[in-house]
Design a protein. Structure first.
Lengths: 204, 277
C-alpha cells in the first residue's frame, strides 16, 4: 500500500541531504537530553581510569595529567537517535589511541569496552570503533569548556555512531571480552548504533 | 492492550529495569479522531493494527512521506494508557517546525501516516511493579507522558500516592486541564499543583511563578521519603527542576528525566528525548 501522507510537502534541503543519515534532520542549536539529573563533579576529584574486566586499574589519570596526554582537535558531524543532526561541531580532547598508549597497551586486551560515567550511565562499544582517531575523550566544545549539561567536565566523542554512544560525564573505560549492553542498549536501543544503517533500536 | 511488565535486574547499573515491548517496524496508523487540547496542542487518536503495546512514558516515532518520496520523522510521547487499544499522541505545534504544524493543522480523520514504536525503556512507570509514591513534574507539553502515567495509574486502580507539579505559561496553555481537575477531585491520593509562569488569569486560585524549592520540598514531604520522580519538559525546565529535586534531598537515581529542546530551527518536535546526548 502507498505510504504517501496526504498533503505533506515537507521542508527539504537537497544541499544537506548527502550529509544527513536517513531519518535525520539538521539543527543549528545543541539539544540536551539525558536520563536523570546532571552530575557536577569537581575537577580536583575527577579521574579517568582504564580498567580490566575485573575492575583492576590499568591506568589512572587526574584532570591535569589526563589533559597533558596530548590533546587534538576535531570537527565532526553528530547524529542523535532522536533524529537531530548537527554539522561541523568542534571539539578538543585526547584520542583514545593516546590513552591506550599512555597506559602502555600495545594491543587492546579485549574486543569491547564499557564506558563508565558519573550518574551510573554506561554504554558498550567495540574497541575497534575507538581506534585510529575515531574517538576522543573531550573537554572543550566550540572553544569553551564543555558545559555540565553537555557532559562536562569530559565526555566520550564517537561521532560515527549515534550520539548516545558518546557518553557524557565519562570517568573511564572497562575492557570486556563479551559485548555486554550498556544503559540504553538494555532499554531497547541498538547495540552498535550506526546512523548510516539506521540502527536505532534493538533488531534494526 | 495490556502489556506484560516484569522486573529484571539491570546488567551493570544494578537498578531495576522494566522489560519493554520491542519497537515495531514502520506500520500504517489511521487517524480515528483529532481533539483540540489548547490553541496550539492537539491530541490525535490512531488505530494501529499491529501495535506491540507500550508502557506509560514511552514514545512513538512518526514518519510523513511526501509524494516525491521525501520523508520527515519525529518522535512524540504517547498520551494514551496501555489499557486502551487505540494510540493517542498529543502534539504541540511549533511554529517553525516541519512535522508538528502538519500534524496539528492539516491531518484529518481517515488519513494514514507511518508509525513505529514503542521507544524508550527508562522514562516509564508501571503500576504493577512501582509501589513507591510518585512525584511527576512537567513543564508545558512535558505533561504528556506524565498524563499517560496518571491514566495508567487510574485504569490499573493503583492507590500509590501521587502528585503532579505542572508548570504552564498561561491558563490557556494548560493541557488536559479538566481531566486533571476531575482526577484531583475524585482521587484523594492524587495532588494537583499547577503553576502559571506568564500570568495569573482572572479567578486563578492556583500558584503563580516558576517551580521553586519550597514547592518541591512540600510535595516530597507530603509523599514521604522514598519517592519515584519523573521530570519532563524543555531543556532548561528539566535542568532546573531536577536540580531542585537533588537540593530537596532526592537521591539522583530516583530522578528520571526526559527533555526536549523547544528551540528554533524546527529542531525538535515535542515530547521525545530518551537519549543521553
Amino acid at each position: 500500500m502507498s505510504s504517501i501522507t496526504r498533503g505533506f510537502q515537507g521542508r527539504r534541503s537537497h544541499s544537506e541531504s548527502k550529509r544527513l543519515p536517513p531519518g535525520q534532520h539538521l539543527v543549528g542549536d545543541f539539544p540536551v537530553l539525558s536520563a536523570g539529573a546532571t552530575p557536577h563533579t569537581p575537577l580536583d576529584s575527577w579521574t579517568f581510569a582504564l580498567e580490566a574486566e575485573d575492575g583492576t586499574k590499568i591506568g589512572t589519570w587526574n584532570w591535569d595529567e589526563f589533559r597533558a596526554l596530548g590533546p587534538t582537535e576535531v570537527t565532526a558531524d553528530i547524529h542523535c537517535v532522536t533524529r537531530w543532526s548537527k554539522f561541523d561541531t568542534d571539539w578538543r580532547g585526547i584520542a583514545v589511541d593516546r590513552i591506550f598508549a599512555a597506559a602502555g597497551l600495545e594491543d587492546p586486551p579485549s574486543p569491547f569496552v564499557l564506558a563508565l560515567c558519573d550518574g551510573g550511565y554506561t554504554t558498550n562499544l567495540p574497541v575497534e570503533d575507538l581506534l585510529d582517531g575515531k574517538a576522543l575523550v573531550v573537554w572543550e566544545f566550540d572553544g569553551e569548556p564543555l558545559a555540565p549539561e553537555h557532559g562536562g567536565p569530559a565526555r566520550l566523542l564517537v561521532p560515527h555512531l549515534y550520539f548516545w554512544k558518546s557518553a557524557k560525564w565519562i570517568r573511564g573505560l572497562r575492557f570486556m571480552e563479551d559485548n555486554e549492553p550498556g544503559f540504553w542498549e538494555v532499554n531497547g536501543y541498538h547495540s552498535y548504533g550506526d546512523p548510516w544503517r539506521e540502527q536505532r533500536y534493538d533488531g534494526d | 492492550m495490556a502489556t506484560t511488565a516484569t522486573a529484571t535486574r539491570g546488567g551493570n547499573s544494578g537498578t531495576t529495569v522494566t522489560r519493554v515491548p520491542r519497537a515495531s517496524g514502520w506500520q500504517p496508523a489511521r487517524v480515528v479522531s483529532i481533539r483540540e487540547e489548547t490553541h496550539r496542542v492537539k491530541t490525535i487518536r490512531f488505530a494501529v493494527t499491529n501495535w506491540p503495546g507500550h508502557l506509560a512514558g514511552q514514545h512513538a516515532d512518526v514518519r510523513l512521506t511526501a509524494e516525491d518520496g521525501y520523508r520527515a520523522e519525529r518522535s512524540y510521547s504517547i498520551a494514551s494508557p496501555p489499557e486502551i487499544s487505540d494510540l493517542e499522541l498529543t502534539v504541540d505545534r511549533l511554529d517553525d517546525g516541519e512535522v508538528s504544524p502538519f500534524l496539528t493543522g492539516q491531518l484529518r480523520p481517515d488519513d494514514t501516516i507511518q508509525l513505529r514504536g514503542p521507544i524508550g525503556g527508562h522514562f516509564v512507570w508501571t503500576a504493577l511493579e512501582r509501589r513507591r509514591p510518585l512525584l511527576l513534574v512537567g513543564g508545558g507539553s512535558g505533561v504528556v507522558p506524565l498524563m499517560c502515567m496518571l491514566r495508567h495509574r487510574k485504569l490499573s486502580h493503583s492507590a500509590v500516592p501521587t502528585a503532579l507539579l505542572y508548570s504552564s505559561r498561561t491558563r490557556e496553555d494548560v493541557i488536559y486541564h479538566s481531566e486533571l481537575m476531575a482526577l484531583a477531585e475524585s482521587d484523594p491520593a492524587f495532588t494537583l499543583r499547577i503553576t502559571l509562569t506568564r500570568d495569573s488569569a482572572p479567578g486563578w486560585s492556583g500558584r503563580v511563578g516558576r517551580i521553586d524549592l519550597p514547592a518541591v520540598q512540600a510535595l516530597l514531604d507530603d509523599l514521604g521519603r522514598a519517592v519515584d520522580t519523573f521530570v519532563c519538559g524543555p531543556d532548561a525546565f528539566v535542568e532546573a527542576a531536577a536540580a531542585l529535586m537533588v537540593q530537596a534531598g532526592q537521591p539522583a537515581d530516583a530522578i528520571r528525566t526526559e527533555r526536549f529542546g523547544a528551540t528554533g530551527n524546527g529542531s525538535k518536535s515535542t515530547g521525545v528525548a530518551h537519549e543521553d546526548v
